[in-house]
Design a binder for this molecule. Structure first.
Ligand SMILES: Cc1ncc(C[n+]2csc(CCOP(=O)(O)OP(=O)(O)O)c2C)c(N)n1
Length: 607
């Protein structure tokens, strides 16, 4: 053999060996993979729990039942996920919502088929309209019984279709890993929202070897970056404005954009108002804060909006409680609208400068543009005018000696709690007083049902909030009617030894309804009086919580101190003036410029 032939032959045998080695390696890997797949042969329910862990879930709220038992069976000896057994599935859904609101992480709730699933509905609808990331897992009857009116069967997918961002009926155990991954992805990205995973019992009991893959959801591609030309246009409009107002919605908080909003406001001397869900987006003790706008917003926020020439609306859907009569809302303003959900742009209020994108990213870019290429507007005269309105329409109430005023109780709670305290509420007058009289300074400190307005959310939300923010004080400011709707969750709080305080503003009325009846129905108090209410302090004690009843101002401080010091759930029943109303108020159907400051008050009408 010549030298070159020798070399060739050597090379050939080397290549052969390499190829053989590679083939063997591939075979070994394939065997290993097969082995690991075999090791990963598990029930659908196990695959679900593994998926939850992969998504970082540490806490979930729920109640067991027939169709979801395999999932609970998997949780039985799992140390990584803490499951909180609630008193009612509605409570589980609200707790999951609040968990997301305070922590920014998706909240997870779990229920059985049929009544378990339908009991989640209020919380799912609430999460949908208030844009909260909730993954609701429901058991379902076995696939071969679906459609047969089987025991505890409801069409969960059909029922939740209009109130979810997306929902799944999982048809085979092999689909479980991808479904979990997709569900969390869809729920927590873009505009947050609820996603339902409906899991038939045979699917959770059946075996699968399927592993999670990196899934891409076709057609789902939220836009985070705002269009640079639009952002430039916005920066220019801000520079030229004489009477600008920033309107921050809940989207600011969801997008963690509070710092950017503060910078935009403070660097350019622009006043800020918030929606109900935007409370905490901007510190309310700052001179540029106008507080909340809308039906029970401050007189000065509503006047400023009405006179403004540039409205910078960020992360808000222009709810009608915020806008009042659309034609009278910001009639003189050019509108910049930043929202991650393109469907919100020009839905209720026409946007002159629409920007689809993430509130944080867009506002940061906007700040950069203003700094680099534009200048700040001159708002000195505008701020002076606003100060005049602050003096003319102050937030005030009549503090008479004979009765306990709800506003006073809230001021005391405000004074006695740290800035990062989380406040949850039910729905009604107490909710509006809590919005008006507690000074929110930080994002993720206000949790309430804004869009759906669901009574009963306060206590379960306080429970969810405590898990989402375990080191923060949690206070639920509740109404007597709202508290009664989910009072059973006291058993959850006691069992879990949760350090939360419930302050009931008890007016022995469905107060907000009574207020409307007084003002607009000739004082015809149809079915709004709550005679013979149970004694809530005794109820608290019966559940094993700390309970107190307070009837006068001089007992307030001591009672609150005792509650905050008590290491576990406390309930204080504050017996308040039953005829107290929430003011200012924009009567339904009126423009925000038609607010009244009190009963019989002419209020403010801008000529
Ligand atoms: C689940 C539910 N049912 C009915 C209503 C209608 N509603 C709105 S406020 C309200 C009264 C609330 O009473 P309460 O909880 O005692 O609070 P208050 O207004 O007295 O502070 C009612 C019945 C609602 N918002 N939610």
């Amino acid at each position: 053999m010549s030298k070159s032939e020798e070399e060739k032959s050597e090379k050939k045998s080397q290549t052969q060996t390499e190829t053989e080695n590679e083939a063997q390696a591939e075979e070994t890997q394939a065997e290993a993979e097969a082995g690991s797949e075999e090791r990963h042969e598990r029930r659908g329910a196990r695959a679900l729990v593994e998926g939850l862990k992969d998504e970082g879930v540490e806490t979930m709220f729920g109640i067991t039942g027939g169709a979801v038992m395999p999932v609970y069976d998997e949780l039985y000896d799992d140390d990584d996920i803490e499951h909180i057994m609630m008193g009612h599935e509605q409570g589980a859904a609200h707790a999951a919502e609040a968990y997301h609101s305070v922590s920014g992480q998706p909240g997870v709730c779990l229920a059985t088929s049929g009544p378990g699933a339908t009991n989640l509905i209020t919380g799912i609808a609430d999460a949908s309209i208030d844009s909260r990331s909730v993954v609701a897992i429901t058991g379902q009857v076995p696939t071969d019984l679906i459609g047969n009116d089987a025991f505890q069967e409801t069409d969960t997918r059909g029922i939740t279709m209009p109130i979810t961002k997306h929902n799944y009926l999982v048809e085979s155990s092999d689909e479980v890993p991808d479904t979990v991954q997709e569900a969390f992805h869809i729920s927590s990205t873009g505009r947050p929202g609820p996603v339902v995973i409906d899991l038939p019992k045979d699917v959770s009991k059946g075996n699968t070897q399927a592993q999670k893959r990196d899934v891409e959801v076709e057609g789902y591609n939220p836009t985070y970056k705002g269009h640079p030309e639009q952002i430039k246009k916005a920066a220019e409009a801000i520079q030229d404005a004489e009477k600008p107002v920033i309107f921050a919605g809940g989207g600011v908080i969801m997008a963690e954009a509070s710092d950017e909003i503060r910078e935009l406001a403070m660097e350019n001397d622009i006043p800020v108002t918030t929606s109900l869900q935007g409370l905490g987006a901007f510190p309310e003790d700052h001179p540029l804060s106008l507080g909340m706008l809308g039906m029970h917003g401050t007189g000065y926020a509503n006047r400023a909006i009405t006179e403004s020439d540039l409205l910078i609306a960020i992360g808000t859907r222009f709810d009608d409680r915020a806008t009042g009569k659309i034609e009278s809302f910001a009639p003189r303003a050019e509108v910049i609208h930043v929202d991650i959900d393109p469907a919100e742009i020009s839905k209720n209020i026409h946007a002159d400068i629409p920007i689809v994108g993430d509130a944080k990213e867009v506002t940061r870019n906007l700040n950069d543009y203003i700094e680099a290429e534009f200048s700040s507007p001159d708002t000195a005269d505008w701020l002076e005018k606003i100060d005049d309105w602050k003096a003319k329409y102050p937030m005030e109430y009549e503090d008479d000696e004979d009765s306990l005023k709800p506003q006073y109780v809230i001021e005391e709670i405000d004074r006695m709690t740290p800035d990062d305290t989380v406040v949850t509420t039910g729905v009604g007058q107490h909710q509006m007083w809590a919005a008006q009289w507690y000074t929110y300074k930080e994002p993720r400190t206000w949790v309430s049902s804004g869009g759906l307005g669901a009574m009963g959310v306060g206590l379960p939300m306080a429970i969810g909030a405590k898990y989402g923010a375990p080191d923060q004080e949690v206070v639920c400011i509740d109404g007597d009617g709202s508290f009664l709707m989910t009072v059973q969750e006291l058993s959850t709080a006691v069992r879990e030894e949760l350090d939360i305080t419930v302050a009931i503003l008890n007016n022995y009325y469905l107060g907000m309804v009574r207020q409307w009846q007084e003002l607009f129905n000739d004082e015809r108090y149809a079915e709004s009086e709550m005679e013979k209410l149970p004694q809530f302090d005794k109820i608290a004690e019966a559940f094993g919580a700390h309970g107190e009843r307070v009837e006068s101002e001089d007992e307030v401080e001591d009672a609150l101190e005792a509650a905050f010091e008590y290491d576990g759930p406390s309930v204080i029943d504050f017996i308040i003036d039953p005829m107290e109303n929430v003011f200012p108020m924009v009567p339904a159907g009126s423009g925000n410029d038609e607010f009244i400051m009190g009963k019989g008050s002419p209020g403010s009408r801008i000529s």
